[in-house]
Design a protein around this ligand. Structure first.
Ligand SMILES: Nc1ncnc2c1ncn2[C@@H]1O[C@H](COP(=O)(O)OP(=O)(O)OP(=O)(O)O)[C@@H](O)[C@H]1O
Ligand SMILES: [Mg+2]
Length: 253
């Protein structure tokens, strides 16, 4: 059986290479967390996998396959039918990802019609990400949402077409701890219910470890360690992983 996602890529901005032959595989139904410091290249990796990095001025070499299908070399129009359907994406910041003048309803309809005919029904989808599924909410403009509501709306877009792989870039960073826990639970449920494979990107090792089967540590554009969360916490091997684990908050008593 093919892996859900398999890649080996290098990525550069101009002459500066920021990802150095980073390789990874995600099995069907597996949740892999990608943790690393700010600036280590996490968002660059997500955008490179979606073949969107050129919009940010970057370039990518290497290979990316989703369910055995090679994405490098596909035309932009072919990629449009891949994004959202084969690879779902939850971008890092709702502030820049949502057109704030548009209504929630319009944004949902646009995302829906990218891959499906007819009118979608969005109430259940919104409720699955703990947003109100009623007309009042559907008629709100994106600019009227709180950051946390915007982030949950982006998650709804990412999962709408039940993609084989979901790339989520810091999907809980703008949320309070209670909502964060609810959203993590939601990702875990989606994984169990739909078998969605996930690459869950975060600088917060502790939060991602709770739902992931494996953790990859990205440091200076390379994956320096990969293993089950228990192993990463109890016996980190790479000096950088050790410093990450040592820096985690602990009870003082
Ligand atoms: N458009 C760009 N042009 C030039 N350099 C860039 C560009 N975007 C990102 N970089 C650089 O690439 C490196 C990786 O950035 P990236 O956004 O992937 O980091 P990140 O791990 O997602 O960080 P964060 O946790 O802060 O979101 C950083 O050194 C950043 O300065
Ligand atoms: Mg980032």
């Amino acid at each position: 059986m093919n892996n859900a996602l398999e890649f080996r890529i290098s990525a550069s901005y101009g002459k500066t290479e920021v990802l150095h032959s980073v390789a990874g595989t995600i099995a069907p139904g597996e949740i892999v967390a990608l943790a690393g410091l700010s600036g280590s290249g996490k968002s660059t990796l997500a955008l490179a996998l979606l073949r969107l990095l050129h919009y940010r001025g970057g370039s990518v070499t290497g290979s990316i396959t989703v369910e055995g299908r090679e994405l490098t070399g596909l035309s932009e129009s072919a990629m449009r039918s891949v994004r959202g359907k084969l690879i779902g994406y939850v971008p890092q910041s709702p502030g820049t990802a949502l057109n704030e003048r548009l209504k929630v309803r319009t944004l949902l309809e646009e995302t829906w019609s990218a891959h499906a005919e007819g009118a979608g029904s969005f109430g259940a989808l919104l409720e699955s990400v703990q947003l109100p599924g009623d007309q009042v909410f559907l008629n709100k403009r994106a600019g009227e949402l709180s950051t946390g509501q915007g982030q949950r709306l982006l998650i709804a877009f990412g999962i709408m077409h039940k993609p084989a792989v979901l790339l989520a870039d810091e999907p809980t960073s703008a949320l309070d701890v209670i909502t964060q826990a609810a959203v993590l639970k939601l990702f875990a449920e989606l994984n169990q219910k739909n078998g969605t494979a996930m690459l869950f990107i975060s600088h917060d090792l502790l939060s991602v470890a709770s739902i992931s089967h494996r953790v990859d540590i990205l440091h200076e554009g390379k994956i320096v360690e990969s293993g089950p969360p228990g192993k990463i916490f109890s016996a980190p091997e790479h000096p950088f992983t050790r410093s990450l684990v040592d820096a985690m908050p602990r009870r003082m008593d």
